[in-house]
Design a protein around this ligand. Structure first.
Ligand code: AMP
Ligand code: MG
Length: 419
C-alpha cells in the first residue's frame, strides 16, 4: 500500500469541478416518436394559431344570434374535416358537428338539444349569445406565441403540442454515449460460475440501471482485468466512440488499482479523492479526444474533451458517487437545467453518527407523519452492503465532525423517491 498523492476535496467542490468540465452537447433533430423525455434545444414558437379557424364545441346548428327564436332554413352541414362552403344569410342555418368549421355569416352555435327540428326547418331558442359554443381562432394558442421553452424536458403534452402545430421533428440536445466497464481480477460475469475468491460483477448492472434512468446511450464494455496494458487498450478504444467513460473499481490505493494512473496518463485528473463517505476514492478526469488528422474540430471545440469517472468498487460507493457526481453531469450534457434531485427537510428517527473528516450520505427510508417526512436508517451503512441502498427513499447528508445529529432533528434529504 502507498499513500495517495491526490488531495482530499470537499464534496461540493468536487461536484462543482465535475460540472465545470462538463459540456452541454450539441443539437439533433429527432422525430416526434423519439422525443419523449428529451430536452428541447431551441424555443418552440407557434407558426399558426390554434384553432386556425372557428371550430364548433358541440353538435348543433350554426346560426346568426340575431335570428334568435326564429324558424330557419337548414342549408347544409359542416362536419369535422368537411366544412360548409356557403354563407349563413339571415333566416338560414347549417347543421354543425363538434370540430366543424363555423360557416361564414354564422356568429354562434345552438346545441342540438335546444332546437326544434321539422324537416329542413330548425327553430332556435331566444335569446342567443354571439360567440357561444365555438372556439375562436387563437383561443388555445396565438401564432407567434412561445409554446415550449428551450431547456424543457418533453412530455406527452409538449409532444402533442408540437404535432398539433405541424412539427414532425424537434431540435433536442444530443444524449451522451457512455461506456461502462468494471475492473477487477476477482470479478466474474453473472450467470457464469464463480470460483473460490471470485465474486459476480454486480456494479455493472447496478450502474447500467442508473445510467438508463438518466437517459443515456450505454455501451457495455464488460470486465477489465487488473492489468495495465489490457485496461489501457480497452479504455482508449472506448473513448474513441463515446463521450463519457464510467468505470468501477481500481481507484483505491492498493497495488492493483490502476485506473487513476491510467486516467492521469491519458488526460487530467481533476478530482482524485473526496471527503465523502461512502466514495472517498472517487476520481474524475477529462481526456482529449484523439481526432483523425483530417477531422474538423466539433462545434465550439468543446466536444473534444471526454469525461472519465472512476467510481469506487464497493457497490454502495459506486452508486452513491454516481448519484452525487455522475448523474448531474449526464443531465447537464443533455441540456437539463435542474441537475440535482430535489431536496426536502426530513425529521431523523435515529441518532445519526458523523464521520470526523468526511461528509456522509446515509441511506434512509421515509414515512409520512402528518405533514412531515420521517427518516429511518436502512441499517448498517457499510459501503459493501447494497442492502443499505435497496428500497432507500433518500440520502441524508451528515456533515463531518464528532457530534453527529440527534434523533428528532430536521435535516435536508436528497429525495430518490417518495413513499
Ligand atoms: P476496488 O476499488 O477495486 O479495490 O474494489 C473494492 C471492492 O469492491 C472489491 O474488493 C470488491 O469486493 C468490490 N467490487 C469491485 N468491483 C465490483 C463489481 N464490479 N461488482 C461488485 N463488487 C465489486
Ligand atoms: Mg479492484
Amino acid at each position: 500500500m502507498r499513500a495517495s498523492a491526490y488531495p482530499l476535496v470537499e464534496v461540493d467542490d468536487a461536484a462543482a469541478r465535475v460540472l465545470d468540465h462538463t459540456p452541454v452537447l450539441g443539437i439533433e433533430r429527432v422525430a416526434l416518436a423519439h422525443c419523449i423525455g428529451r430536452v428541447l434545444a431551441e424555443d418552440l414558437a407557434a407558426p399558426v394559431s390554434l384553432p386556425r379557424l372557428p371550430s364548433s364545441a358541440v353538435d348543433g346548428y350554426a346560426v346568426r344570434a340575431a335570428d334568435a327564436g326564429k324558424a330557419l332554413r337548414v342549408l347544409g352541414e359542416s362536419a369535422a374535416g368537411r366544412p360548409f362552403a356557403g354563407t349563413i344569410e339571415p333566416g338560414t342555418a347549417a347543421r354543425i358537428l363538434t370540430g366543424g368549421v363555423l360557416p361564414d355569416g354564422a356568429d354562434c352555435v345552438v346545441m342540438v338539444e335546444d332546437v326544434r327540428l321539422a324537416g329542413d326547418v330548425v327553430t332556435t331558442p331566444a335569446p342567443l349569445q354571439v360567440g357561444s359554443n365555438f372556439h375562436r381562432p387563437g383561443a388555445d394558442l396565438r401564432a407567434g406565441e412561445l409554446v415550449v421553452a428551450a431547456g424543457t424536458q418533453l412530455g406527452a403534452a409538449e409532444v402533442g403540442l408540437a404535432a398539433a402545430l405541424g412539427f414532425p421533428r424537434l431540435p433536442v440536445r444530443r444524449r451522451p454515449r457512455v461506456a461502462l466497464m468494471s475492473t477487477g481480477d476477482e470479478l466474474v460475469e453473472v450467470g457464469e460460475k464463480a470460483g473460490r475468491g471470485q465474486i459476480f460483477d454486480s456494479n455493472r448492472w447496478a450502474l447500467l440501471a442508473a445510467l438508463r434512468e438518466v437517459g443515456v446511450e450505454v455501451r457495455g464494455l464488460g470486465i477489465a482485468p487488473d492489468q495495465p496494458e489490457a485496461l489501457r487498450r480497452l479504455v482508449v478504444d472506448a473513448l474513441r466512440e463515446v463521450d463519457v467513460l464510467v468505470t468501477s473499481g481500481g481507484v483505491s490505493v492498493g497495488t492493483h488499482d490502476l485506473v487513476k494512473p491510467l486516467l492521469e496518463s491519458l488526460g487530467t485528473v481533476h478530482v482524485g479523492r473526496v471527503k465523502l463517505k461512502p466514495g472517498k476514492p472517487f476520481t474524475f478526469a477529462t481526456i482529449p479526444a484523439v481526432l483523425p488528422a483530417n477531422a474538423l474540430p466539433p462545434e465550439g471545440g468543446r466536444g473534444q474533451l471526454k469525461l472519465a469517472f472512476g467510481l469506487p468498487g464497493f457497490p454502495v460507493s459506486s452508486l452513491v458517487t454516481f448519484e452525487v457526481f455522475v448523474r448531474p453531469a449526464l443531465r447537464k450534457m443533455q441540456g437539463f437545467t435542474n441537475l440535482r434531485r430535489p431536496t426536502l427537510p426530513v425529521r431523523l428517527a435515529y441518532d445519526a453518527r458523523a464521520t470526523a473528516d468526511r461528509t456522509e450520505y446515509q441511506r434512509v427510508t421515509l414515512r409520512r407523519d402528518g405533514h412531515e417526512l420521517v427518516a429511518e436508517t436502512t441499517g448498517s451503512q457499510t459501503s459493501s452492503r447494497l442492502m443499505s441502498l435497496a428500497g432507500a427513499h433518500a440520502l441524508v447528508r451528515i456533515p463531518p465532525g464528532d457530534q453527529g445529529i440527534k434523533a428528532g432533528s430536521i435535516v435536508e434529504a436528497l429525495i430518490l423517491s417518495l413513499p
